[in-house]
Design a protein around this ligand. Sequence first.
Ligand code: AMP
Length: 365
Amino acid sequence: MTDSASMTMPPRVLGMLGGGQLGRMSALAAYRLGLEVVGLFPDDDAPLSQVCPSIIQADYLDFGALDDLVARCDAITLEFENIPYEALSYLARSGKLRPGADLVGLTQDRLSEKQAIERAGLKPAPYRQIDSARDLAQALSDLGGQGILKTRRLGYDGKGQQRISDADDLEAVWQGFNQPCILEGLVDFSWEGSVIVARRPGGVQLQAFPLVENRHENHILSETLAPAPQANSDLAQEAERQARVLAESLGLEGLLGIEFFVTASGLVVNEMAPRPHNSGHWSQAGASVDQFEQHVRAVMDLPLGHPSVVCPTRMVNLLGTAALEHQRWLEQEAAQLHLYGKRSVKEGRKMGHVNILEPNGFDPS
Ligand code: AMP
């Protein structure tokens, strides 16, 4: 017989690059599974710091700090993709970084991201590479006289992008950007959706969350409806299939959020993110496993959950000053409030979200 008094549970430790709300919610899920978390980020007042006692506060390119993280962790993941590639490739040498540096690196650049989507046999928005005003004029004429000019790097929530047409002064537009860009043709979509997929190292298991519908205001996600009320089962299956194909093609180890435009001629992939995604927050209330736990399971190489819808759920982002009125949500029986502990309220800043259970489905508005 084994002497149970002498048995121990060895600690299992997850490293988290980035200290934002996605890291905070992933850490809370990790604690639920009995794991320890070490966060590494430069910020003073990060949402993750408030829940995580083990923080290495350092620049991402502080290689001594990265060595420390590697020494303390069984696996290392990230909660935002714009960690310098040099830091990612340094960490990747330990064999502990998930997703891998190459996958994360290609999502840092809209051009390589689109090329990866095409390599997987999927369809991105039509695009051209832009490095000059002359490229811009040619691309506009190729793409029907209008489009959205986007910086290749560091754009998010509509930042670093501008809608333009051939009536604009293209020289002036280009001077305003003056960095590597792409021009995207305007996609005529009827609605926007997304799928989140998790894949374990080596691809031993892969699980996709159902297709959801996303609504934006000022280019920022405002609401997610899960599962997507406008999707028939063929479309929902096709979106899941495409998400799986992309995850396999990229050799994903971890979580990937894939945004789609739904058009009359099928799905167009907008963009992807190698981490938990805002459009997956609904799963904390409405699914059999939430995306943050699935993220942790995937990167720690634990069996994945089988995500199924337990209750249709509407996720509403609390942006900027909307968070100041959060108490009204506490009075609603079917609403679950999440605040990220951010003190400074800025317009459009993601301060929290609410998951509202809709057992009778969504009203059509
Ligand atoms: P992004 O940050 O690139 O996802 O863009 C933010 C939002 O702008 C998207 O969710 C769409 O609502 C809109 N958008 C971006 N690119 C296009 C496009 N090529 N055609 C039409 N709408 C777009």
